[in-house]
Design a binder for this molecule. Structure first.
Ligand SMILES: Cc1cc2nc3c(=O)[nH]c(=O)nc-3n(C[C@H](O)[C@H](O)[C@H](O)COP(=O)(O)OP(=O)(O)OC[C@H]3O[C@@H](n4cnc5c(N)ncnc54)[C@H](O)[C@@H]3O)c2cc1C
Length: 477
């Protein structure tokens, strides 16, 4: 058995682990990176990048289909294998860049290939070939798709995001289980590329949205293209060599049956802790969900163990994984000293059309006494109408007294850009008045948020009328 002793051992060469490595090295620590493979990061291999590549093709198809509305004569033929080949080619290119970095790490003797598990608080065993002892350990093992028990027996009729980008042909039909971010993005993309898609979800969710009015707006827009059943009850699922049959009732109790070539399970992702034997790390962990970490230091209690990325179970997003890796890596190197890292304004985007985004504080964190809302409906917004993308709703939240912008939920055209503007404004602690002093070009979709900001400014001056205003924020605090 090979034995290594380092200052910092990092488990997981994903986005969080790679970022942790850079930060630990910057602090002068000796580092080893352990990964079980496949290498290349979830983001580049099976996540952010291939999904956006598929969506780009789907949106192009949709644009052609909509062309007649602008008076353009076109015809469309989707060459499924060619679509998937481009997705795979470009995906491989992105993965290639990561692999180049990993090759350098390997050449420096800082990579150990294999599955790590704790032997004791400071010792990791990698498969059965290497033992690593480390002063501090960063756990950056990511997350894996969760497949609920009823679907586990579907064998090759079952897909997750790990397999969908490996397909050689676009399926004729797919049942997507899960109306979260991944289910909606992939479901709409496949549907736009000609696959017949049905999306089902046990819960009444639309991506990450919490604001009921934004949820309604998003559901209306997406349901125009996609068959979506929220609050469904599963009766049975059966698979054979060619198809999957799902029997279920919808939220009203009406029974349905859908048969499809494949079932794409997008029922959430779970932190990858199993097999790690974290119980042996002497931190009071006895299995189950990840133990809570301090989001400013990524430290587990007062221990020498730090968590970063999807494994925390907190915000499974690429930029959060990188930031957390940076904080965890630096603190692992500095331990027992730990420094609070900087966290950014929360920002998440769903690349459906219309797009969905959430910025800053969420709807459920608002209270009737302390917050007000201003909104704009994109139905009549000038530029949105010009582009025939006039759907959606932006709701911006402000704080009574300080007049600060605190959050927003939105669905609408190009809200990826609107969400960025608002997140910068929130992080810079702009008041609603200060945001309104900023330039707004004409005609752009961002003009819409000026309307919402003006309404918010007015509402912030109004004392709450007990019933109507409070409905904006549900039961309140
Ligand atoms: C379909 C999809 C689309 C997405 N789209 C977006 C998007 O548009 N924008 C966005 O911000 N985020 C998106 N995400 C989320 C983003 O990809 C993740 O948040 C991010 O990649 C997580 O990085 P990580 O470092 O935590 O995990 P990973 O990149 O998964 O790295 C974990 C590593 O740990 C290794 N490992 C696990 N256990 C062990 C062990 N015991 N021993 C050794 N090695 C181990 C694994 O092999 C892996 O290499 C998407 C995710 C998916 C699935």
């Amino acid at each position: 058995m090979r034995k290594l002793a380092v200052d910092v051992a990092i488990i997981g060469a994903g986005s969080a682990g790679l970022s942790a490595r850079r930060s630990a090295l910057r602090e002068g620590a000796s580092v080893v990176l352990i990964d079980a493979g496949p290498l290349g990061t979830t983001c580049a291999r099976v996540g952010c990048m291939p999904s956006k590549l598929l969506i780009a093709a789907a949106d192009a198809a949709h644009t052609v289909r909509e062309a007649a509305l602008f008076g353009l004569e076109t015809s469309l033929e989707v060459d499924g294998p060619a679509v998937l080949q481009r997705v795979q080619r470009e995906r491989d290119r992105f993965v290639g860049f990561v692999l180049e970095t990993i090759e350098e790490i390997k050449a420096a003797g800082e990579l150990v290939s294999g599955r790590a598990r704790f032997v004791d608080p400071h010792t990791l065993r990698v498969d059965d070939h290497t033992e690593v002892s480390a002063k501090s350990i960063v756990v950056a093992t990511g997350s894996a798709p969760f497949v609920p028990p009823p679907f586990r027996g579907l064998a090759d009729r079952l897909l997750t995001n790990d397999g969908v980008f490996e397909l050689e042909r676009l399926p004729e039909s797919v049942i997507v289980v899960g109306a979260g971010v991944i289910g909606l993005e992939l479901g709409q993309a496949l549907n736009r590329l000609g696959t017949r898609v049905t999306v089902v979800d046990l819960a009444d969710i639309v991506g990450p949205l919490q604001d009921p009015r934004c949820k309604r707006s998003a559901l209306e827009a997406l349901s125009d293209e996609l068959e979506i059943f929220l609050g469904y009850q599963l009766h049975s699922v059966e698979g054979d060599a060619e198809s999957v049959t799902l029997r279920f009732s919808d939220a009203d109790g009406t029974s349905h049956e859908r048969r499809a070539q494949l079932l794409l399970c997008a029922a959430g992702r779970r932190p990858q802790l199993s097999g790690l034997e974290l119980e042996r790390a002497n931190i009071g962990y006895e299995g189950g969900p990840p133990p809570p970490v301090d989001p400013l230091t990524m430290q587990l209690g007062q221990s020498h163990i730090f968590l970063a990325g999807d494994v925390t179970g907190e915000a499974p997003l690429l930029h959060e994984a990188s930031d957390e890796g940076h904080i965890a890596g630096r603190n692992a190197a500095l331990h027992p000293e730990v420094l609070a890292g900087k966290r950014r304004c929360p920002l998440s985007i769903v690349f459906t059309e219309p797009q969905i985004a959430i910025v800053g504080k969420r709807f459920n964190q608002m209270s009737c006494d302390d917050h007000r809302v201003g909104e704009v409906d994109y139905g009549n917004q000038g530029r949105a109408r010009v582009m025939n993308q006039n759907r959606g709703l932006v709701r911006i939240y402000g704080e009574v007294g300080s007049d600060l912008l605190v959050g927003a939920e939105m669905v609408g055209p190009r809200v990826e850009n609107t969400a960025h503007l608002l997140s910068w404004a929130i992080q810079k602690r702009l008041t609603v008045g200060e945001a309104l002093e900023m330039p707004f070009y004409h005609p752009v979709v961002e003009e819409g948020i000026r309307t919402a900001l003006r309404q918010l400014q007015t509402n912030l001056r109004v004392a709450r009328s007990p019933s109507s205003e409070c409905e904006e924020f549900g039961p309140g605090t």
